[in-house]
Structure formats: structure tokens, C-alpha cells
Design a protein around this ligand. Structure first.
Ligand SMILES: [Zn+2]
Length: 270
């Protein structure tokens, strides 16, 4: 009997010791609250958490294209919900020097370089005074097709509130290309990440800082190469907002597709 009591006491003491080690973290000593509670509060604070919206085309055809009146209804929603649309560069500056925003903020981006950027987005963004970032891929612009912008149009947009950044040369799946180790693939990868940047810089006469992965697909090798190529930040299509106090190099964007309801967009901006 005595030995049973002794064993029970030892077990209770061991349990208490493990609980003490589990909860007694340096964070409690320094801040009085466990780290996970602080993290949770941080994620909940909308002033530190910035969503980036990703659109493609505005001709109402296909799942990645919306009508211009739908885009206008999104812009109205931002305004009515008191969401400040900030330039992508402002978000990146906050990541590099973390500080909460004064109110709810969001970033608008478009990918590819469709003609509707010039004919529809440009006047609408100007009416609302919204800054937009456009990630263009260079083969698309060189195509000179009816549904695509020209370099002259890109230059005009870039000088008037639509910041043009890089989205590769040919829009190939870079995660797949980066698996190949033959010299031709390595050269192509270099061109897709670095030559594309230089082409846009020369065509637009400015420094290009941001890269958006085609199809949102990436891996660690691509992130390393983007850092070497001199990009300040890269962008995927991973779900979720971006927390300012976590200095992520690869940022998430919420893909906005045809058929998404205003309620969905509203929830995402909350
Ligand atoms: Zn794209």
C-alpha cells in the first residue's frame, strides 16, 4: 500500500513538472502571456493583416475574367466598407518596417497584361483613385494581338497609377521547369526569372521589384533564384492575408474568379 502511494506521488510530481515546463516559457516571463496567445491576437488584428486580391481579365469570358460592372461593384464595396486600397509597394514597405495600418487596407493586383487593363481597368481605377499593380509577361506583350496591350500602353499605365511588374517571359510553369537539370532548362529558367525583369526595366525605364509566379506555382529553389535576381518580394496564389509582422518573402494573393459573390469578397476583406 505504502509503495502504491509513493508511486502515485511520484506520478503526480512528474505530471506537475511536465505541465510547468510546458507552460513556463520565456514569453510568459517577459510578456506575461504565452507566445501562441500573442500570435493569435496578431492574426486577428485586421490592421496588421493585409489581403491582396488577384484578378486577370475584364471581358466577362471564362472563369478568370469578370465583367467591368462586377469589378465596379467590388470597388464600391471597398469604398463602402471603408477599406483603403494601398499600393503594393506600401505593403512591402510595412513588411520591411513593421507597423500597423490606421484602418483596414487591401491591395489590388492583375496578372498577364490583357487589353482590358487599358480599356477598362485604367479608367475605372482612375475614377476611384485606386492604385493597382499589374504583373505582365513579356511574350504576351510582344504578341501585339487584339486582346493584348502594347508596350506603349504599358508605359502609359505605369506613369498613371498602374504599377507594372514582372510575370516571367512565357508564362511557363516554373515549378516544373525548375525540376530539369539540363543546360537548356537552366538557361530558360534564368531567362524566365531574370531576363524578363530586365526587359520590363528597359522598356519602362524603371526598376522592377516584384515577381508573380505563373499559375502561382513555386518552390524553395525558385524563391532562392528570385532573391538572387534582385526581387524585393514574390507573389503566389496561396490563400490568405499577409501578416505585416511576419516578414514573408513570398506573399499570398486571393484569386478572384467569375461567379464569386459580393458576400465572399466582403468576408475576405473583413
Ligand atoms: Zn498569369
Amino acid at each position: 500500500m505504502k509503495s502504491t502511494v509513493r508511486i502515485l506521488i511520484i506520478l503526480a510530481a512528474a505530471l506537475a513538472a511536465s505541465a510547468a515546463i510546458y507552460f513556463w516559457t520565456p514569453e510568459i516571463i517577459f510578456s506575461g502571456r504565452p507566445a501562441w496567445q500573442e500570435k493569435r491576437k496578431e492574426v486577428r488584428s485586421r490592421l496588421l493583416s493585409i489581403p491582396i486580391l488577384l484578378y486577370h481579365n475584364i471581358d466577362g469570358k471564362g472563369v478568370f475574367s469578370i465583367d467591368s460592372d462586377v469589378l465596379a461593384s467590388h470597388f464600391n464595396l471597398f469604398r463602402d466598407a471603408g477599406v483603403r486600397v494601398i499600393p503594393l509597394s506600401e505593403l512591402v514597405a510595412r513588411l520591411e518596417n513593421p507597423r500597423a495600418f490606421d484602418g483596414k487596407s487591401a491591395v489590388i493586383t492583375f496578372d498577364d497584361g490583357f487589353y482590358s487593363m487599358h480599356s477598362k481597368l485604367f479608367p475605372l481605377a482612375r475614377d476611384y483613385g485606386y492604385p493597382v499593380t499589374l504583373f505582365a509577361y513579356t511574350d504576351f506583350i510582344y504578341r501585339n494581338g487584339k486582346s493584348v496591350m502594347t508596350w506603349d500602353m504599358l508605359r502609359e499605365l505605369d506613369k498613371n497609377g498602374i504599377d507594372v511588374q514582372c510575370h516571367s517571359i512565357s508564362h511557363i510553369d516554373l515549378a516544373e521547369l525548375s525540376q530539369n537539370d539540363d543546360p537548356e532548362s537552366r538557361k530558360k529558367l534564368y531567362d524566365e526569372l531574370y531576363l524578363s525583369k530586365r526587359i520590363i526595366e528597359i522598356q519602362l525605364g524603371k526598376k522592377v521589384d516584384f515577381f508573380a509566379f505563373p499559375y502561382g506555382r513555386y518552390n524553395l529553389k525558385l524563391i532562392d533564384l528570385c532573391m538572387l535576381a534582385g526581387y524585393r518580394r514574390v507573389f503566389s496564389t496561396d490563400y490568405g492575408s499577409n501578416i505585416i509582422t511576419r516578414d514573408n518573402y513570398s506573399l499570398s494573393r486571393q484569386h478572384i474568379k467569375r461567379g464569386f459573390t459580393l458576400q465572399f469578397i466582403e468576408r475576405f476583406l473583413k
